[in-house]
Design a protein around this ligand. Structure first.
Ligand code: D5M
Ligand code: FE
Ligand code: ZN
Length: 468
């Protein structure tokens, strides 16, 4: 593999800095001649070489979108699509679908061979090859190297990521059950695969987000927690006053934990001001009905809501919706909606807890970094069997495909924003002050904030309503 440093030096000698995405593109292609091709195509005033400077890569528009105003379309996760709880055997189809879908995204960039063929046939012994599979297990050796077990439909093989190699920090972030590709060589006894390069499904570097032709704004919030004694009534009212006066805001998106629920954790009844689940939803409906009727409101569930916890979670059932006006649309968790033609993937974000516990250096204060981790893995909840319950479904509904313009989550009650390869990630904070449990866990929420996104310019802005 071409080393980072060699690539950077080649550009440096020619008087240019180089974006890390371009470096990984050249490494993936494995052909040093590309450097020369890129250098030849650069204009003299180019200081930093960006993906847009790679001659063969032209930015693509991701499909045709609606641009009329105000247009809301639920693309995935419309009410009724989550399906019932199925049999345990269906987990096999879930993981097979995950492997097929994410594996084929990696395969578009590189050839690969099945694990069984690699082990059985001596013809692959001497050459570098790529294998693609699901991570079964991740371990660190006494010397700090990483050993993973990778499984494809034909077999399982242990893979060693040497801590001294380029790109080891990416290998350290491998989590169980994600789909990866690994380029490397088999050991002479065929018992171990030495990794040279890690390939994730990732967001294509030529991904160009759709830009609507029309101006309009969306407000992204999450975790209202109606019914909790820590619900922040005054900031919420200030927020409602503000949004009612913003005539460019066409959409209000809520990413789950609409209410605090009943029986969600031991002793919750002591922390509830509304001890009845119907009353909790009615209160929210009444509050939302005071907002302008032109505002389209999209409501998704979270782990405190009344529906089953396993994802995909169904939409809030009709029996809880009698107090809601027709401008409210109830969707599942996750769901993909189109607003002004901009695709927003809404997900409550329960897997952020899991990712923080699995990824070295991850912090609750930076939830958007975990959203970036989801985008790289093209999956909303890569690791199975931890805090995020996932339902057996024939198709893996938590795969991120196609790529959205905006990824909207919540759950950790901390605002966070990032942009990765043209995708805007927004983790919206909460309307609930720090709970006794969060205090104990040292989770410091940023309540009373809303994120307003200008859809035409794809610019986010945080508005704070905590203090008057
Ligand atoms: O979760 C809000 C945040 O607090 C989220 O990061 C999980 C964490 N949290 C809350 N309750 C628990 C329990 N019981 N165990 C572990 N972590 C927890 P929310 O979904 O609003 O409760
Ligand atoms: Fe919450
Ligand atoms: Zn939650």
């Amino acid at each position: 593999m071409l080393r980072d440093q060699e690539i950077v030096s080649r550009f440096c000698e020619a008087g240019h800095l180089v974006d890390p995405t371009v470096v990984s593109y050249i490494q993936e292609k494995g052909d040093p001649a590309i450097i020369q091709t890129i250098l030849k195509s650069l204009s003299g005033d180019c200081t930093v070489v960006l993906p847009s400077h790679i001659p063969s890569l032209t930015q693509r528009r991701d499909g045709i979108r609606f641009t009329a105003d105000p247009i809301l379309e639920v693309i995935e996760g419309m009410e009724g699509s989550a399906g019932p709880v199925r049999q345990i055997e269906d987990y096999a189809s879930l993981f097979r679908n995950r492997y097929d879908t994410l594996g084929s995204i990696i395969r578009k960039r590189t050839g690969s061979i099945p694990v069984e063929a690699l082990i059985r046939s001596s013809r692959f012994r001497e050459s570098e090859v790529t294998i693609i599979g699901i991570v079964l297990d991740v371990k660190t050796t006494a010397k700090g190297h990483r050993i993973i077990q990778l499984e494809d439909p034909t077999g399982v093989i242990p893979i060693l990521f040497n801590s001294g190699r380029d790109g080891f920090s990416d290998a350290e972030r491998i989590v169980p059950d994600e789909v990866i590709g690994v380029r490397g060589k088999l050991s002479p006894d065929a018992g171990l695969f030495y990794a040279d390069q890690l390939l994730r499904p990732d967001i294509p570097i030529q991904h160009a987000p759709y830009t609507p032709q029309q101006s309009g704004k969306a407000v992204l919030i999450s975790d209202i927690h109606i019914g909790s004694d820590t619900f922040l009534q005054d900031p919420w009212e200030r927020f409602c006053d503000w949004i009612s006066g913003e005539d460019e805001v066409a959409y209000l998106l809520v990413a789950g934990d609409l209410v605090d629920g009943i029986g969600i954790y031991p002793g919750q009844e002591k922390e509830l001001t509304i001890p009845n689940i119907y009353d909790q939803y009615d209160r929210l409906g009444e509050m939302l009905s005071t907002l302008p009727s032109r505002l389209r409101i999209i409501l998704a569930p979270g782990n405190h809501d009344v529906v089953r916890g396993a994802e995909p979670q169904p939409a809030i059932p009709a029996e809880f919706r009698s107090a809601y006006t027709p401008n409210c649309t109830f969707v599942e968790n996750p769901s993909a909606i189109s607003i002004h033609g901009v695709r927003v993937l809404m997900y409550h974000g329960r897997s952020i807890d899991d990712l923080i516990s699995l990824i070295p250096g991850a912090r609750y204060e930076a939830p958007a970094e975990m959203m970036e981790a989801m985008l790289k893995r093209r999956h909303l909840a890569p690791s199975y069997g931890r805090r995020t319950p996932v339902l057996a479904t024939e198709q893996d509904r938590l795969i991120i495909d196609p790529v959205p313009e905006i990824l909207h989550t919540g759950h950790v009650h901390i605002t966070g924003i990032s942009r990765y390869r043209g995708v805007l990630s927004v983790n919206a904070g909460a309307w609930q002050a720090q709970t006794a449990f969060q205090k104990q866990m040292n989770i410091n929420p940023t309540p009373g904030q809303a994120v307003i996104v200008d859809l035409e310019r794809m610019e986010p802005m945080v508005c704070d309503f905590l203090s008057g």
